[in-house]
Design a protein around this ligand. Structure first.
Ligand code: PEP
Ligand code: MG
Length: 782
């Protein structure tokens, strides 16, 4: 049977229709309002392989690789996907699928009678097994029509051979030939409103329904692009007990011309309007009760509303309700509360361990507390084993760790300090982190229940000490939104640092005056390949487009506030684990080595691509994007970089561009550097401190010597600000020290133009700047 209609497919048919197909089938059977559709069964995938005669080539030739050879695995995965995509689907299968699609069209025809748009989603038969969860890697396509349907289904089949999945199966000794995939083809609901519904409070399990809603398609809520309205509902009376109505600037909708989904601005009058009416809330409560009693346990439901009709798109059990949950806290505790002054305590200086349950100590890198099972992650592919709520324990953060970090309750590393990549990214994501423990990967055991105290820099044995500690993370956007509606007005601008474009909305919600540093390293590292390798495999244009996408996401979220994006500055050790990383030079101290503008000037091809990405953004009107060069030493570095800018068509007289001051040489030679035509400098105090004091910022053995407030560092800052003021060049700080009140005070008094802090510190910095500015004013008139 090529296809099964959703009503015919039940949860017991998981082998035929996969996890997603089975669950949608079961909901349809139960009479719940699921958009109609059908499943291209796992058998059809098998038939395709057999009829096309590609099984031997696929399983015995292409995928018969050596488990120890990462590059061979990556190549095998690529070749397997290509073979599937390029092998024609047998005519009989094609006919069955197109026939079902047309029948679906007849069932769902609207007044205009146009072709139906469908969602095409992979539904892997192994997807929901705990040890083989590659859900995120399987393809989903929205707004598909007949012309592309078969190709999209082939692409879903091909996604069974995503690189990490092939890696995992090869390493675990699983037979690739035994894994199947089904594909769900379902009517698209052009939602006017959509969101999620928790049939119980997701942390306490209390009898309260929680609904989140926004305008347009649900992808905007699920992906975090929009901060949705939030309602707490009494299910007995179907009344709203508490509601928070947000400013919903964007919505996801379908372009009627191209059929593509895109973010667009919400009409002004709808932005702050409440999305759901009381009747719609009642409808949701009714559906919530039906689905919960059908499954016999609390559910997390994705829903959509179109023309007053409510549709259920997905339902899963809520897994975050803790066993000992009692009453819900009156206010969700903010995990990741703000430390007043981020400490850089040395590893040994703590002495509060009388209770003896402290297992390891390190540097408090990102505040908040998280409990869960420790997952010792030694290799990239082990990241798949990190499940929701686990604690990642690794030597150092690894490339491509962000997806796993999103699932993790906290992060603990052996190496690193406050300004290491691990710390920067975890702070940005709001995940508690302790770094530089020296021995966490040895002392902690895989699966051991631990509690990470990001504030104190400790890892304790066991779960949370508070019995009613909530198991969920708070809304990351809400946790940074200023509590007072009025943002402190300051003459010195207060901006925010960013590395992950997905955090742009969260960063913008701080009310910052722009982005003072957008690091692109993370965008590059998450491609899984070194820039050189990526360009060799996919071409320059693909690399440029990746960068354009990442930077544009941030430029869009902040427009018209300025976004200062920096060209690449990743030390070679951060590239080592990536594909192509074996070609990186081995350096004694990568921090002193081949990174920043020196690498860019030495290897201009990737650098030119980065510059071309800026050029494309300028050309399409992102006049809020600024370009910044890292780790320059002197005017020659800057002039050579300027020549490359001109070569790709950037006019340095028109674009706003500048340099990081992060070596003593650049601070001492600032007048010559300024003569190259820069508009601004930004102090990278992470590097400026390490190079002034000869303290490797990644070395946990000297972490207590890393002092950005050292008089030597301050002297360089002071003289640079003074020169720049005379030359009319703006000054800023974007190193970690911008979050320290003593540094803020020093710089504002010296006359810095802007301060760019971490997301979690922006609010405090705004207040601190205001306080210092007011004191300066008062002092001047006293
Ligand atoms: C710095 O050096 O202070 C800085 C902001 O750059 P990075 O941390 O990326 O080296
Ligand atoms: Mg730096």
């Amino acid at each position: 049977m090529t296809i099964l209609w959703l009503g015919e497919a039940q949860s017991t048919d998981i082998d035929a229709v996969g996890g997603k197909g089975a669950s949608l089938g079961e909901l349809t059977e139960a009479g719940l309002p699921v958009p109609p559709g059908f499943v291209v069964t796992a058998d059809t995938y098998r038939t395709f392989l057999q009829t096309a005669g590609i099984e031997t080539e696929l399983f015995e030739e292409i995928l018969a690789t050596d488990a120890a050879d990462d590059e061979a695995i990556a190549e095998a995965a690529r070749a397997a996907r290509e073979l599937i995509r390029e092998t024609p689907v047998p005519e009989s299968v094609r006919e069955d699928i197109i026939g079902a699609y047309r029948e679906l069209g007849a069932q769902t025809a609207d007044d205009e009678g146009g072709e139906p748009f469908v969602a095409v989603r992979s539904s892997a038969t192994a997807e929901d097994l705990p040890d083989a969860s590659f859900a995120g890697q399987h393809e989903t396509f929205l707004n598909v029509t007949e012309a592309d349907l078969i190709d999209r289904i082939s692409e879903c089949w091909a996604s069974l051979f995503a690189e990490r999945a092939v890696h995992y199966r090869t390493n675990q000794g699983f037979d690739h030939a035994t894994v199947d995939i089904a594909v769900v083809v379902q009517q698209m609901v052009e939602a006017e409103k959509s969101g999620v519904l928790f049939t119980r409070h997701p942390s306490s399990g209390d009898r309260q329904m929680i609904v989140e809603s926004a305008w347009g398609l649900g992808e905007a809520v699920v992906s975090g692009a929009v901060s949705p309205d939030h309602y707490v509902i009494n299910p007995d009376t179907a009344t709203v007990v508490e509601s928070t109505i947000t400013d919903k600037k964007q919505q996801m909708s379908k372009d009627p011309e191209t059929g593509e989904t895109a973010l667009e601005a919400v009409p002004e009058e709808q932005r702050t309007a409440r999305v759901l009416s009381d009747e719609e809330i009642e409808l949701l409560v009714e559906i919530g009760q039906t689905v919960e009693s059908h499954y016999g346990e609390p559910q997390d439901v994705e829903w959509a509303i179109l023309d007053g009709e409510l549709y259920m798109l997905q339902s899963r059990p809520i897994t975050t309700i803790s066993d000992n949950a009692t009453e819900p806290p009156s206010q969700p505790a903010i995990n990741g509360g703000h430390s007043k002054e981020e400490s850089t305590q040395a590893v040994e200086t703590e002495s509060d361990d009388e209770d003896g349950d402290v297992l390891v100590r390190g540097v408090s890198a990102s505040p908040g507390t998280g409990s869960g099972a420790a997952r010792i992650v030694r290799k990239l592919d082990h990241l798949d084993q990190v499940t929701e709520g686990d604690i990642i324990v690794s030597k150092m953060t690894m490339p491509d760790m962000v997806p796993a970090m999103k699932r993790a309750a906290a992060i603990v590393t052996d190496e690193g300090g406050m300004t290491s990549h691990a710390s920067i990214v975890s702070r940005e994501m709001g995940v508690p982190a302790v770094v530089g423990t020296r021995n966490a990967t040895k002392v902690l055991e895989d699966g051991q229940l631990v509690t990470v105290d990001g504030e104190m820099g400790l890892v304790r044995a066991g779960g949370p000490t508070e019995p009613d500690e909530p198991a969920i993370q708070p809304d990351p956007v809400e946790s940074v939104r200023p509590q007072t509606p009025v943002k402190p007005m300051t003459a010195t601008e207060v901006k925010v640092n960013l590395s992950i474009p997905e955090a742009a909305e969260r960063a913008a919600a701080t009310g910052a005056d722009g982005v003072g540093l957008l690091r692109i390293e993370h965008m590059v590292i998450s491609l899984g390949k070194t820039p050189e390798q990526y360009i060799a495999d996919h071409g320059k244009n693909a690399y440029i487009e990746e960068l354009v996408d990442g930077i544009r996401t941030v430029a869009e979220a902040f427009y018209p506030r300025p976004v200062r994006a920096r060209t690449l500055d990743a030390p070679t050790d951060e590239f080592r684990d990536l594909e192509g990383g074996s070609n990186e030079p081995h350096e004694h101290n990568p921090m002193l080595g081949y990174r920043g503008v020196r690498r860019s000037l030495d290897k201009p091809e990737p650098f030119r691509c980065e510059l071309a990405a800026f050029k494309r953004l300028f050309d399409v009107g992102y006049d809020n994007v600024e370009l910044m060069l890292p780790l320059v030493n002197d005017a020659e570095d800057v002039e050579r970089a300027r020549e490359h800018m001109e070569a790709v068509g950037i006019d340095p007289e028109k674009a706003r561009w500048g340099v990081m001051v992060e070596t003593p040489a650049s601070a001492l030679l600032i007048e010559e550097i300024a003569a190259a035509g820069i508009d601004f400098v930004s102090f990278g105090t992470n590097d400026l401190t390490q190079y002034t004091l000869a303290v490797d910022r990644n070395n946990e053995f000297v972490v207590d010597r890393f002092d950005e407030l050292h008089p030597g560092v301050l002297a360089l800052l002071e003289s640079t600000i003074e020169s720049c003021r005379e030359l009319g060049v703006d000054t800023s700080i974007c190193g970690q020290a911008a979050s320290k009140s003593a540094m803020v005070k020093f710089l504002v008094e010296e006359g810095v133009s802007s301060i760019s802090a971490n997301i979690d510190a922006v609010r405090d910095v705004q207040h601190e700047v205001k306080r210092v500015e007011q004191k300066l004013l008062l002092d001047s008139i006293r």
